[in-house]
Design a protein around this ligand. Structure first.
Ligand SMILES: [Zn+2]
Length: 330
């Protein structure tokens, strides 16, 4: 199974001091809204350290919200709890105290949000396959007043091709639609056949018929980097949008975090020159109205990643403006 980027990105946390003084003028006057930023509780950092995962920075780089804002340089962030790792063996979870650990991680997110109410949209981590899933969604929504649901189909091993999984995802989307809750979804479950079929099921059997959908698909639909699978997923969505499928009226966006990689992450290679060119073509094909800016911090900092996108994808001024603006339903 493909290694999961959120662990490997820790090894490669952005070199915060690398170019602070020589920051490219291109981005210096841009207002950055970073739609994909991770925060980890000290408990989660300890767990991963105990698994031998090396962290390249001090703990506060990952856990302290003020440090995150200072390092990332974004004016506002979509902040993501990784509580779903506690039910995943691969991420260091085990079968004990899952619910308690999930609550703890989502509570930690809520505390960060309280410090910067206006600058943070907080996405709580949910594993759709746990029996306490809805209890936790309702707690985060009604008691903690958090903003959105983060799903990670790789960590939770969700297969829309499994009827039982499909029902669970459908009920989450229905709840989100009814309560107008945004969903940020890591769609790729790392199965070799993940792709067009999953997009079709999501469109036809989950989203069609819903009143309200605000869905951000992480990393252009796969697990970081840009490869054939990413192209297949994006192509499948473009086909639906172009054929006026019912999903085309909804706010469905794709975040470019961890896609335009100029450094290797474990199991995910940095892009070749040809791949940067292809990515640039695909961004134009998909349209910047459907693309949102995100870094997957701590993988990159906001200013650093924006500069990378500008130079590698050769973005025009209009494209940069379009990429960085708030996206509304189309
Ligand atoms: Zn991420």
């Amino acid at each position: 199974m493909q290694k999961i980027l959120i662990i490997s990105c820790l090894l490669l946390a952005s070199c915060a001091n690398r170019d602070t003084n020589s920051t490219n003028q291109q981005e210096s006057n841009k207002v950055l809204h970073d739609k994909h930023v991770h925060i980890m509780s000290p408990q989660l950092i300890s767990l991963w350290k105990s698994m031998g995962i090396p962290f390249s920075k001090e703990d506060f780089y990952y856990s302290d919200i003020d440090t995150i804002f200072n390092a990332n340089k974004a004016q506002s962030v979509s902040l993501i709890s990784m509580s779903y790792v506690y039910s995943s063996e691969e991420f260091g979870g085990n079968s004990e105290n899952i619910e308690e650990n999930v609550r703890y991680e989502n509570d930690y997110l809520a505390l960060a949000k309280l410090k910067h109410l206006k600058k943070i949209k907080a996405f709580y981590g949910i594993d759709p396959l746990q029996e306490f899933t809805f209890k936790e969604i309702e707690r985060c929504h009604n008691e903690l007043n958090l903003d959105g649901i983060k799903l990670h189909h790789n960590a939770s091993q969700v297969y829309l091709t499994e009827p039982e999984h499909l029902e669970k995802i459908k009920s989450i989307f229905e709840y989100a639609s009814y309560n107008q809750i945004p969903i940020l979804m890591h769609f790729d479950n790392s199965h070799p056949k993940f792709g067009k079929t999953d997009v079709k099921i999501l469109a036809d059997s989950v989203i069609t018929g819903l009143e309200y959908v605000n869905l951000q698909i992480a990393h252009f639909g796969t697990s970081g980097g840009f490869n054939q699978k990413t192209k297949d997923v994006i192509d499948a969505f473009i086909e639906l949008f172009q054929s006026n499928h019912p999903i085309s009226k909804h706010k469905i966006t794709f975040d470019i975090s961890a896609v335009c990689l100029d450094k290797d992450a474990e199991g995910v290679s940095k892009l070749t020159t040809k791949e940067f060119d292809e990515l640039s073509t695909y961004c134009r094909k998909l349209g910047f109205d459907r693309i949102v800016f995100g870094t997957d911090y701590p993988l990159y900092r906001g200013d650093e990643y924006l500069n990378l996108l500008i130079s590698k994808l050769r973005l025009t001024e209009d494209e940069i403006i379009s990429l960085m603006k708030e996206k509304n339903a189309l």
